[in-house]
Structures are given as structure tokens and as C-alpha cells.
Design a protein around this ligand. Sequence first.
Ligand code: 8YV
Length: 315
Amino acid sequence: MTKVEILQVGGYPPADEEALNQRFITHRYFEAADKAEFLERNGANVRAIATRGELGASREMIAALPKLEIISIYGVGYDAVDLAAARDRGIRVTNTPDVLTKDVADFGVAMMLALARGIIGGQDWVRSGDWARKGGYPLQRRVHGKRAGILGLGRIGYEVARRLAAFDMDIAYSSPEPKAHAGEWAYVKDPVELAARSDIFFVTLAASAKTRHIVGRGVIEALGPEGMLINISRAANIDEVALLDALEGRMLGSAALDVFDGEPKINPRFLALENVLIQPHQASGTAETRRAMGKLVFDNLAAHFDGHALPTPVL
Ligand code: 8YV
């Protein structure tokens, strides 16, 4: 049987690449210096794209692949895939939900604790000899008992909220409609109102054109100089320039961020700030979860080409 050709938009851990390479002919787009020339040279027989959440697949890429049937995303977010272009051509799209939910929630909570309790600065204090030289580390802020706001109570937001409940936090959330599974957590529809009643504000909503800059000046100012903003969703959900202005001017207390506009080349203004915790988009980055994500990418492709139902379809 001739092997199906696929376009691989980003790298995967070796075991996942091996599985793909065994079953498919993989064209390694991410290694090409001249992307347009690469697509032109290799695109004619490509029937699938294997991509990552943050890399997606643009309208131009889709248009360059006349035999494309399916796009399989390594990640839960599908905002970077041009869904309209896929829909127009009846191209299937799959993602990797559920398997990463708890890791992403864990990571959001870890960032909250690390930033509030000064864990990274504390380690630097020990390593640099400041502990012996200057004495105890400056006092930090507690999290238990604080008011948490969760923007987007989907799968990840729900798992964040469950974890925060164990810290005796007062939990409220915002989403277009109240959620039945939210129990006694307070529903505050308006994100600005939610921010006004929050000490710590988590952004956990799926990104789309509608949610672009949903966290803008209004939310940031409502959180205020004592407030903490945590983003484990997509950078586009936050107006990054407004965020930087507020952090620099101390209108916002602090921010913990796993995602950035233009990542991995982030705005250098972040590097000069002390009131931020910045991370390299690694909320789902555990070996266990990435293995499960890689398997789902493969399983979706295999199901499609074997004529079976897709395990986790988006489209
Ligand atoms: C990335 C993500 O896909 O799930 C998502 O949408 O952004 C991540 O899990 C991951 O970093 C792999 O590139």
C-alpha cells in the first residue's frame, strides 16, 4: 500500500515522530527555509496536516494543498487553524482535548503559587548568597482565602476552579451562560465586574475572533494594583500592550503568563519587569500528557485514513 503523504507543521517528541514516520510520508515543513517553495514542491499529494495548537494552519497553507482531507492538531486550541477555509473544502479538523486539561490546570495553579509566594525569587535568594548575606527573603502574599475569578469555565477553567476550592478561595466565574456544574461558584457574566471582585484572575477561555482582547484596559484596571492576572489560554485573549503599560505603571499588581503575542519571540518589555512570571508555553508540557497528545494526533489521522469515526473531531 502506498503511504499517505502528510505535512508536518511543527516538531514532536521522537516517539511520536517515529509513529508518524512509520505510517506516513512526512514532509517536514518546519525545517524548510523557504516555506512557499517547500509547499509548492511537496504539496501536490499531501492529504493531511499534522500541526500544533499554536502553529495551526493558515488559509494560504490549506490552499496550497489541493488534496488535503484532514488537519490533526496537537493541542486543544484550534484558533490558529483557519476553520472557515477548512469548512469551505469539507476538510476535517481534530484536536487533543481532555488529555491535557489537568496538566494545564495544575500549571495555572503552580504559576499562581510561584508568583504569589515568590518561589523563583526565593531560589535566586538562596543561590546568590543573599540569604546568608542579607537574611530572610522579603514577605510575600498568601493565596488561601483570596477571591479568584475565572474567565471561561470550560474544561480547563473548571479544573482550575476545583483546585482553587481546595485553597479555600472564594470562586467566581464568567462565561456567556451560567454553567450547571459550577455548583455554588458565583456567576458574574461581565468580565470587568468579575475582575473587580477578584484578587487573582485566571484566563482560561478558548480563543476566537470574538474573544480577542477580551482582557483589555477595563479588566486590567478593575483588577488593580493588588491584582494578579494569570493566562494559560492564548495571548490574543489579552491586550498585551495594555497589560505591559499597566504592569510598568503598577496599575496592575502582577501577571503570570504562559503565552505571548509573537511567541517564542516575546515583547522585550516583559524581560525588564519584576512583577511577572513568564513561562515558555509549557502548561501541557509533561511527558505523560504530550505522549497522550501525540497518540491522539496519530489516532485521528489513522482513523480518517482507515475509514473510522474520528476520536476527537472539531469539524
Ligand atoms: C500546545 C496548546 O499545543 O493545547 C493547546 O492548544 O497550546 C498547547 O498544548 C503545545 O504547546 C504543543 O505545541
